[in-house]
Design a protein around this ligand. Structure first.
Ligand SMILES: [Fe+2]
Length: 382
């Protein structure tokens, strides 16, 4: 049975200049959540404050969301919100900041909660929007977190990353202004751009893919594939930044509804065990997983059609080439050079990948042994 599609919250704004939409909002106090002080130094936070001031919205800033945010940071942010009582929460950053801010929102709204456990079950997932609405301004293109119901939060004690999804967490307002992505460094532009491509391709091959998600994911794939090398060549080109950010948003709308596949399952597991960057892991894994999934006839036909759309005879090879252009390493061994350390955790890596939520919607459900072969091919670059 089809699941209902939800493409965003109340408002979605995109394109150059859309940040000015902040001036039309009707709130009293905003807490803006940022990662490091980068946006204080480069003036982006000032821009946001100026727009909020025009709407007579007071602003407080929570600084200090780390990459792969942990539950301790979530609790700190929620305590900061308790102190300042915002009726608007603004996440200004990439996936980590948006995910952490969504989680802070949950614990701010529900101060009685003290663990991630109630979030794991649909029946116990807490209600939101009693105190505040949630707004995202993505500064990477990207995770699509601005239009997704998902978060990834790390349990600080075990190091395990929990991917949690619930439509309650869909941001109310998403403002995707490419100006906010202009200063993103080249490496992060490449990694997050490849994450967008992984979202699009995995949504297209998902066993839950549908007419609407296909339209969004296919456009996102073609645009991101064609634009990413051009953005890397000329990072200050606002039009190309805009195309990447729009593609990220639309791929996010697709995957948050139809889920992903084993590129993400393995990347989540690698993130938990080796603390690797999400986008980088996805990028390295993509060509290997595409080859594996091509065993399924319908998926192979889909990949051939997509390869044709970007003028290439083979989709896995097209992705290998794109990785080369983007400066992404060829094999997992380049990310975890200590082979013994990798082998020591291989069983756990496979176990986590088998049980990851994204495995369910991959076109083929790999066995334990198939996961092992696939991961070892990706490790040695075969
Ligand atoms: Fe992703």
């Amino acid at each position: 049975m089809m699941r209902p599609m939800k493409l965003g919250g109340e408002q979605i704004l995109f394109g150059e200049g859309s940040l000015a939409h902040l001036e039309t909002l009707n709130f009293e106090k905003a807490v803006v959540v940022i990662g490091s002080d980068t946006f204080i130094k480069n003036g982006l936070l000032d821009k946001v404050e100026t727009h909020l001031e025009k709407a007579c919205i007071a602003m407080e800033t929570f600084v200090g969301v780390e990459p792969n945010p942990g539950f301790e940071t979530v609790k700190k942010g929620a305590a900061f919100m308790q102190e300042h009582q915002p009726d608007l929460i603004v996440a200004l950053g990439g996936g980590s900041v948006m995910d952490a801010a969504k989680a802070m929102w949950i614990y701010y709204e529900n101060p009685g909660l003290d663990s991630l456990k109630p979030l794991m079950d649909k029946k116990t997932f807490p209600k939101l929007r009693k105190k505040a609405k949630f707004l995202c301004i993505p500064t990477t293109a990207g995770t699509g977190s601005e239009v997704s119901r998902s978060i990834v939060i790390t349990d600080d004690k075990t190091g395990i990353k929990y991917g949690i999804g619930n439509m309650e967490m869909m941001p109310d307002i998403a403002i995707c202004d490419p100006v906010a992505t202009l200063t993103l460094p080249k490496g992060l532009t490449a990694e997050t751009g490849m994450d967008t491509i992984a979202h699009a391709l995995e949504a297209l091959a998902s066993t839950r893919a549908n007419y609407l998600s296909d339209i969004m994911a296919e456009k996102a794939f073609v645009d991101a594939y064609e634009t990413l090398p051009k953005v890397l060549e000329n990072p200050k080109n606002i039009r190309r930044r805009e195309t990447m950010l729009n593609a990220s948003m639309v791929a996010g709308m697709a995957f948050t509804n139809v889920s992903l596949g084993i590129v993400h399952s393995i990347a989540h597991s690698l993130g938990s065990l080796f603390n690797l960057s999400h986008g980088l892991s996805n990028a390295v894994l993509l060509p290997y997983v595409l080859r594996f999934n091509s065993r399924d006839e319908k998926t192979a036909a889909l990949y051939d059609r997509l390869a044709g759309e970007v003028g290439h005879p083979s989709l896995p090879e097209a992705l290998t080439r794109l990785n080369e252009q983007a400066g992404i390493p060829k094999a997992l061994k380049d990310l975890v050079p200590d082979e013994q350390a990798f082998m020591d955790k291989l069983d756990r890596l496979i176990e986590l990948s088998v049980n990851d939520g994204c495995t369910k919607t991959n076109p083929i459900t790999p066995t334990y042994e198939e996961f092992k072969t696939l991961i070892m091919h990706a490790y040695h670059g075969q």
